[in-house]
Write a protein of this length. Sequence first.
Length: 264
Amino acid sequence: MHYSMVPATAALLALLPATIASPHSFSRRDSSTGQTHVGNVAYGSDIGSCSVAGTIALTFDDGPYIYTSQVLDTLKTYGAKATFFVTGNNLGKGAIDTTQQWSDLIKRMDAEGHQVASHTWTHPDLSTLSETDRRNEMYNNEAALKNILGKFPTYMRPPYSSCTGACPTTMSDLGYHIIYFDVDTDDYNNDSPSLIIKAENNFAAKVEGTSPNTQDFLAIAHDIHQNTAATLVQYMLESVKRNGYKAVTVGDCMGDPQANWYRS
């Protein structure tokens, strides 16, 4: 999420799976890991919009979580693609690569053609960290994703939308595109059946009545929220279809070939 971290309630924590017994083992990147800047998408610079007219990139932060499978089901029903900015160990859920449920969801994201991107390991404000700690947040998530997928992303989103000071230089050095958004659903502040319409209205205010011939959008939501999964995702996809757009990954909305989205 981009402004405030919502703690897991006791009820939600009770639904979380136990982690796999085997100890966590990071396969850190080494000097042989490619960090070359390839393609036309800027590295280490703020990117807040798409560049391919007619596309809308739906993005989901903070997962995987207990509602992520419902988000994936809805995307599949509509034949839509999205980008998941994955956090490695947040909300008390356990590490993504040592908890089978989360590993399986990330594998499903990849298998169904969605883009898996980084949202750090523990969801800190990267701008406030030391250089070592900032790099470790990225390294740890890289290692976990590589353990799951055999590859790790070149796209990231900073928690709390905060990557200032030395942070952009760090991300450039590590070979990351820094992704923000131009449609903020504010779903995390409206996670109830009566309030989620506010998130829908935020999306509609940007998208409804616009022309896919000339416009594109990059929207943020969160797959950790029940009403986002139950209501908002379908609303956004209906709006995408109604207004003549195509729901795609961030990489696709930037015109970036899929070969550039990951490293191994």
